[in-house]
Design a protein around this ligand. Structure first.
Ligand code: UDP
Length: 343
């Protein structure tokens, strides 16, 4: 049987690269579209090392309509797009709103335009738990009211969801699954691919890893006086390998999807505090993390974690990987990139 082709935009990035591996291993033909502004084409070599198959690759800036057109025209028989390509640094988006709106929304519009033109029916979109803001209830379900965004980054996710909703409403042959990710962490168990932040990491896990590797002196823990069980912020940290499996499940679901569009929370259903994450890392790896309590970070919500029952019910998906394993894969990846940096 002919393999189905999936276009993975942003496939050289953190989530995209793990998804490309999982797709290949699930029997799909993968085409990566990426301009590598925040990633590296070397990821293609790593994917090839893991799976034995080199994904097709188009070096394309998706904000460029003509370039997007030309890239899609080479793959007219693709049956779906998983759209990851986007800028994602919350603080940077506050400082550079025009760049964020232009990049994240223009690229989506160009992708959707080509999907309509070529009759590519399925899109899986990487949305975010940020759409719930400071949630009105916990755990957050897909019905939990959406909140006004607190950053241009968050606003691009809300707007992208609406753009996709309107597009599939106008084109009944199209199907969409919006996956609202909670906090993805960890790396492929081979340690060959993982998260590669530019400069000082914004996110907790890469920061912990860089402290553990001696790249940074200590972690600043943002706030210890929240109204949470131990006073630290609580998030739903989901292993990247579990998270990417949700995309495979979504594609399979789309072959018999009754609605034109569905939304799923992709989280574990359990919250962990910043201190619990530090301890989990230390217990899994034996490496101590030096930290200091720092003031709260503007815009952080005290607690958010998912109700992921809908994904379990409809996609047959749930998170399975214990946090100890996640910490080990993350550390293996960090050690690999530290060796390279030194070598
Ligand atoms: N955090 C921290 N120190 C850091 C980075 C993050 O204490 O250097 C905390 C942050 O306040 C939040 C949690 O770690 O409570 C997760 O932050 P992250 O930026 O990874 O994800 P977010 O949930 O904010 O998108």
């Amino acid at each position: 049987m002919q393999k189905q082709t999936i276009i993975v935009t942003g496939g050289c990035g953190y989530i995209g690269s793990h998804t490309a591996v999982a797709l290949q291993q699930a029997g799909y033909n993968v085409v990566i579209f990426d301009c590598c502004v925040n990633s590296t084409p070397e990821t293609l070599d790593r994917i090839t090392e893991i799976t034995g198959v080199r994904p097709d690759f188009e070096h394309v800036d998706l904000t460029d309509a003509l370039a997007t057109h030309n890239a899609f025209e080479k793959h007219p028989h693709a049956c779906g797009v998983i759209h990851f390509a986007a800028l994602k640094a919350v603080g940077e988006s506050v400082a550079q709103p025009v760049r964020y709106y232009r990049n994240n929304l223009t690229s989506l519009l160009n992708v959707l335009n080509m999907m309509v033109e070529l009759n590519i029916p399925n899109i899986v979109f990487s949305s975010s738990a940020t759409v719930y803001g400071n949630p009105t209830e916990l755990p957050a379900t897909e019905q939990t009211p959406l909140q006004p965004a607190t950053s241009p980054y968050g606003q691009t996710k809300l707007m992208a969801e609406q753009i996709i909703r309107d597009t599939v409403a106008a084109h009944p042959n199209m199907h969409a699954v919006l996956l609202r990710y909670f906090n993805p962490i960890g790396a492929h168990p081979s340690g060959k691919i993982g998260e590669l932040p530019n400069g000082v990491p914004n996110n907790l896990m890469p920061y912990i890893l860089q402290v553990a590797a001696g790249w940074r002196e200590k972690l600043n823990v943002f706030g210890n006086d929240y109204q949470t069980p131990d006073g630290f912020c609580v998030r739903d940290y989901i292993d990247i390998n579990d998270l990417v499996d949700a995309h495979i499940a979504a594609l399979q679901y789309m072959s018999h999807q009754e609605n034109n569009i569905d939304v799923f929370n992709i989280g574990t259903g359990h919250g962990l505090s910043v201190m619990e994450i530090i301890r989990a890392f230390e217990n899994a790896t034996g490496v101590k993390i030096k930290y200091e309590i720092a003031p709260r970070r503007a815009g952080d919500v005290p607690a958010i974690y998912a109700c992921a029952n809908l994904a379990q019910e409809k996609l047959g998906w749930c998170a399975k990987i214990p946090v100890t394993e996640t910490m080990k894969s993350a550390w293996l990846w960090q050690q690999n990139i530290s060796d390279k940096k030194q070598g």
